[in-house]
Design a protein around this ligand. Sequence first.
Ligand code: SF4
Length: 419
Amino acid sequence: MSERLREKLSILADAAKYDVSCSSSGSDRKNTNKGVGNGHHSGICHTYTEDGRCVSLLKILLTNHCIFDCAYCVSRKSNDIQRAAFTVDEVVELTMNFYRRNFIEGLFLSSGIFKNADYTMERLLRVVKKLRLEQNYNGYIHLKTIPGASDELIHEAGLYADRMSINLEMPTETGLKLLAPDKSHKDVIKPLGFVQNQIVQFKEEKKLIKSVPKFVPAGQSTQMVVGATPETDKEIMYTADAFYKNFALRRVYYSGYIPISNDTRMPVLGTQPPLLRENRLYQTDWLMRFYGFKVQEILNDANPHLDIDIDPKLSWALRNLQHFPVDINTAPYRMILRIPGIGVTSAQKIVQARQFGKLHIYQLKNIGVAYSRAKHFIKCADTPFQMKDFQATQIKAFILAESQSKYLKTATNQLILFK
Ligand code: SF4
């Protein structure tokens, strides 16, 4: 690799690190025509870190030149930084070289906007087209949609990319206007809607005609920056909920704002990124997607912020003690899912196991239930006490005292989703 290419790689990989919307799940692209790579079997489907960031993709910007001046972004035009731009061929060459050496399992390609949206999108499109058509590359590709790019270019890109994403950045229009006056939510919503319609259309056509190609098979995602503007958790999660429903997004990512400048509109330099808050938002997101919770149950006018001390499922349970204790041996699956200390896998095992007899404490522990937490909310065959003897504040205090304060001690490290 030439010295100049190495330098570009260091600049443009560093500039891309702030984008966390790079999950690689959901692709089933197979290796065809004895090509290179395989989005299905390469192992990238499970390369998440616990807080949603993923690894093993070549994650770069095509360029960090940008005509916009979004205050939260290192690539903004007013920032005095080293700039660089890859050529189309350089990105293709890097991807193929790294893939062949097993350094990466896919490509995540984003870009600052140079000249205009279409000019940039057209170059991104050329990269993915070359990889697929000339290099016969079948590995995973996550491509950023450039806000304002024309439908024709987005349509063509969708035929080659596995996943596409476009970042909402600020959860509310007011927040976006404050920090990125050149942008609007409309610029994000329009392409998301267009891609979603195309995904549905292609799927319908494929049912009738087998040869119809896949279109963005791994779906779309978006990212919101958390903590740069004063939105509440309620505003953030209501926006996420609406985006999940309206655009069938695979994922919404929440990225704690890392101060990068002394802009008076945002937290000052040196402020710690809100990692614990970011983790609570991911937990809420999981409750909505996998645990059957409605966002309004967790966040509402009376509770616009998530409790930082405890996870949102425990927080909901403590506010709704009238639903507890839940009888493990008779309750419906959806209620078992709502018990703190019981995850999806444990809930499924409980429902299966109880068909063969009443469950006791030792069996719940064997199943994987976090019993020290769950015991305050359940009844089983040998339950030693009744939860109704305690108030929510007492239960919370018991649980906090019994826990190893894992969240708080590791607040600056990566965090677990549920305990
Ligand atoms: S348009 Fe994108 S790359 Fe450009 S300044 Fe805004 S966030 Fe950064």
